[in-house]
Design a protein around this ligand. Structure first.
Ligand code: FAD
Length: 340
């Protein structure tokens, strides 16, 4: 079988899902990821001796396809979590899915078989007679690809889409909002009953007890919470100092659980491109002339399911026009209509 070569930029959920589809179809896939690991907005972080989810804490499928896909995976568990609103009113337990032992385990498992280049920030995609290639910072990657798929948040996709003005316009028009998150490990157990707080609140969007999730190991046996600010609060405090943001989120949480908190470790993170407002009805972008495609949550709806649907829609589009052993139609631009 003659393997065709695909470069994927970004090892978040969309990048991992489309990589998996191409691998299953027999393609050779190389993923370039600017961070040290996979996951993107599904990443986990170190908190003392433990690790905790720093981005999306779970999947909440709305479509049957995504639900069935999650249920069929052995690295995904269901979590039925005791749930209250921020005033303490007990709500129905929340039924969600999550990857074990961490949220980013799913991305690591999906890309097995691909070549992963971490700490590889791609700054440009260029084309010459041999095909498409990439610039990693100032360094040329001396390798040519039959297609390049961009899976980064919209603002980070803009400089990568210069070869395709239509795709560039969609990425440039997409609005993003930030999200502040504080992950805290408590010196003493809180004794708080709910594992999840959510609902109307001026500062907090959600508080999630990470150590209550199924399949999580807490080496230190400490209680770890993820406190997520609302989009509005995060936007207002976009440029605030992380220490003061951490203090504000902890103070808000202390009021919710009506007790003071002593932390042994705190990790504050600003997701600068957390949520997007899609400006197109298209679930993915594909430019048959440049052979550059885009899939990510910002082309569907702004969650993991959106990233999954976008990646699968682009994979369906490209693979349904190709045989697993031959990328002929990816190279025959006339057979693949532009989606923008
Ligand atoms: C705090 C928070 C809470 C959330 N809660 C939920 C939730 O409860 N449920 C839910 O379903 N979704 C939730 N989401 C949204 C969810 O995390 C995203 O929709 C999903 O992870 C997006 O995946 P993606 O692959 O499209 O993008 P990303 O995860 O952003 O992946 C893009 C990847 O590209 C990499 N990259 C960027 N630029 C470059 C470059 N130039 N070169 C190489 N690599 C690059 C990035 O490092 C990243 O790894 C939440 C998000 C945040 C931030």
């Amino acid at each position: 079988m003659k393997h065709k070569k695909i470069a994927i930029i970004g090892a978040g959920f969309a990048g991992a899902v489309i990589t998996n589809r191409f691998l299953q179809a027999g393609y050779q896939v190389t993923i370039f990821e600017k961070s040290r690991g996979t996951g993107g907005r599904l990443s986990s972080c170190r908190i003392g001796k433990d690790s905790a989810d720093l981005g999306a804490p779970w999947f909440e499928p709305a479509t049957d396809q995504f639900k069935q896909w999650l249920k069929a995976r052995t690295d995904v568990n269901r979590w039925l979590a005791p749930h209250s609103d921020f005033s303490g009113l007990v709500l129905d337990p929340k039924a969600v899915y999550l990857s074990t032992p961490r949220q980013n385990s799913l991305t690591q498992n999906l890309i097995k078989g691909a070549m992963l280049c971490t700490e590889s920030k791609i700054t440009d995609i260029y084309k010459d007679s041999k095909g498409l290639s990439l610039l990693r910072e100032a360094e040329e990657i001396k390798y040519f690809y039959d297609a390049v798929i961009v899976t980064t948040p919209a603002p980070q996709a803009i400089p990568l889409l210069i070869l395709s003005p239509n795709l560039h316009t969609v990425a440039s028009s997409t609005k993003t909002t930030p999200n502040w998150v504080a992950v805290i490990s408590l010196k003493e157990k809180s004794g708080v009953k709910p594992d999840i707080f959510s609902g109307p609140h001026s500062t907090l969007y959600r508080a999630v007890r990470d150590t209550a999730k199924p399949g999580r190991n807490s080496w230190s046996r400490k209680e770890v919470w993820m406190l997520e600010a609302t989009s509005e609060w995060s936007d207002r405090h976009r440029n605030s100092d992380p220490n003061s943001v951490g203090r504000a989120l902890i103070k808000a949480f202390e009021k919710v659980i009506k007790q003071p908190i002593k932390t042994s470790n705190t990790r504050v993170h600003r997701w600068l491109y957390a949520r997007h407002q899609s400006v197109t009805q298209e679930p993915y972008l594909w430019d048959p002339d440049s052979k550059i495609g885009v899939c990510s949550d910002w082309l569907h709806h702004q969650d993991c399911e959106g990233a999954w649907l976008s990646a699968n829609a682009l994979a369906d589009h490209l693979l349904s026009r190709t045989k697993a052993s031959n990328l002929y139609n990816l190279q025959k631009s006339s057979l693949v209509p532009s989606r923008v």
